[in-house]
Design a protein around this ligand. Structure first.
Ligand SMILES: NC(=O)c1ccc[n+]([C@@H]2O[C@H](COP(=O)([O-])OP(=O)(O)OC[C@H]3O[C@@H](n4cnc5c(N)ncnc54)[C@H](O)[C@@H]3O)[C@@H](O)[C@H]2O)c1
Length: 438
């Protein structure tokens, strides 16, 4: 494939050299003439292991050259990869000025081209940036609506400086967001021969994945460092702790607990987070991340309440009461908290939770239910259909097939469904259905 690369920084240079190594023809463009000259001379404008050798090979083999103008680069390529910087502004917002400028230049150059062309952004941009910034800038440069032969893609870069070349050839994944399946296939084909799972998705998902990755990495480092702070204070070897922690690939280093949904609760998580944060306070340890967990969890409960209030309807049916499905344990259940907030606001409420109803009759939780939450337990109904029939707004708190069927029927019957549990694998496209964190 013939590729033009705009921006010869770390991402652009590594992409240029590695795509050339894989047999593509690459033209590099940068506003910085020094960078162009260094690359054209077969050397690397950035310090990165193994990059000099690959650039020298690419230039000597005639597969890698530079261009001073966008027009030259666009004329000689089928795909343009945008790799310019996307720095922070002083107020912390994302500065897409370089992206906009380079896209205006690409748009202007596309005027003189009648063949199909894909503009693919590798720079890190917030969700919606392709639609809100890239396409308008291309359109401005083009001087009118873009023709159908110009297609968009987003292909985030996951390299790490210092091991960028090795990361390019052994990436954790290849993510391609595209405006059509054909364009996705074009970008995916650039990576032929590279062994990695490929995810072809929408432009917005591809843009978002890159942020989620980096924010998660930052969260992991911060988490490990705060655990280190606690361990150091307690005279515990933090590396031994984290070695054992990370060896658990069932619950810890795994997809477990990574599905957006409702607040956590139960007899362990809130209590144990609280105890560790208190330990930190008692020992004058500053633990901002760990200290933020319970307040952040409360925010989710408040958000759910606001969504319910916003419906302006008075009769609420809750499906699920315990802190998770399949248990009658009500200790620190976020659903109990949410229902208490709604009771306080004067809502008319019915609740269905089979495990809790059974426990109320005969289970170990009978005393807890009658003594601690009589105001909630008196709202329990024994029949799911009664709760659905009663409700104007059905709040799904647990994920189960029976609740999915009830929610589908309720939405079809013009009742509002607030789904806190992602009860459907594919949420219905129905205005009566409100997904909580999706
Ligand atoms: N550096 C990394 O490890 C890394 C990893 C993944 C993603 N990213 C993302 O990739 C993007 C690029 O990062 P980088 O570190 O390579 O940036 P960089 O600052 O090293 O390089 C950007 C280059 O773009 C050039 N440029 C600016 N305007 C231009 C224009 N109009 N035409 C041509 N060239 C122009 C600059 O002169 C510069 O050489 C950023 O969005 C970054 O967040 C970076």
């Amino acid at each position: 494939m013939r590729i033009s690369i705009f921006g010869l920084g770390y991402v652009g240079c590594v992409s240029a050299a590695c795509f050339a190594k894989n047999g593509h023809t690459v033209i590099g463009v940068d506003v910085n003439a020094d960078k162009r000259e260094i690359l054209a001379a077969g050397r690397s404008p950035v310090i990165e292991k193994d990059l000099d050798v690959l650039i020298a090979e690419g230039v000597a083999g005639g597969r890698l050259r530079t261009a001073a103008s966008a027009a030259d680069a666009i004329a000689g390529s089928d795909v343009s990869l945008v790799c310019v910087g996307t720095p922070s502004r002083p107020n912390a917002s994302l500065d897409l000025g370089f992206v906009a400028r380079v896209c205006e230049e690409i748009g202007a150059a596309l005027r003189s081209k009648s063949d199909a062309h894909v503009v693919c952004v590798r720079s890190t941009m917030l969700p919606g940036s392709t639609e809100d910034v890239v396409v308008p800038a291309l359109t401005r440069g083009f001087g009118g609506i873009l023709p159908a032969r110009v297609e968009m893609a987003v292909n985030p870069e996951f390299l790490r400086e210092g091991s960028a070349v090795a990361d390019f050839f052994q990436p954790p994944k290849t993510v391609v967001g595209a405006s059509s399946a054909k364009t996705a296939a074009t970008i995916v084909s650039l990576y032929d021969g590279i062994q990695a799972p490929v995810f072809a998705t929408s432009l917005r998902v591809a843009e978002t994945v890159k942020y989620v990755d980096n924010v998660f990495h930052a969260t992991k480092i911060t988490f490990a460092n705060e655990i280190g702070t606690v361990c150091k204070s307690a005279g515990v070897d933090s590396h031994e702790v984290m070695r054992i922690f990370a060896a658990d690939t069932k619950l810890n280093i795994s997809p477990a607990y990574l599905k957006p949904g409702f607040a956590f609760g139960g007899s362990c998580l809130p209590k144990d987070v609280r105890a560790l944060v208190y330990y930190g306070r008692a020992h004058d340890l500053n633990l901002p991340l760990l200290s933020s967990l319970l307040p952040s969890n409360d925010v989710q409960i408040d958000r759910a309440a606001e969504i319910i209030f916003a419906q302006g309807k008075k009769r609420l049916g809750f499906l699920g009461l315990s802190f998770k499905p399949g248990t009658d344990d009500l200790r620190e259940s976020p659903l109990v908290r949410l229902i208490e907030i709604c009771i306080g606001k004067g809502y008319d409420i019915r609740i269905y939770d089979r495990s809790v109803s059974v426990a109320r009759l005969m289970g170990a939780n009978k005393v807890y239910i009658e003594k601690e939450i009589p105001h909630v337990s008196r709202l329990l109904a024994n029949d799911l259909a009664d709760v659905v029939a009663f409700a104007d707004v059905l709040v799904v708190g647990h994920r189960s097939r029976e609740f999915a069927e009830a929610a589908r029927d309720a939405a079809a019957g013009k009742k509002t469904v607030v789904d806190l549990a992602r009860v459907f694998d594919t949420p219905p496209d129905d205005p009566n259905y409100l997904g909580f964190n999706w």
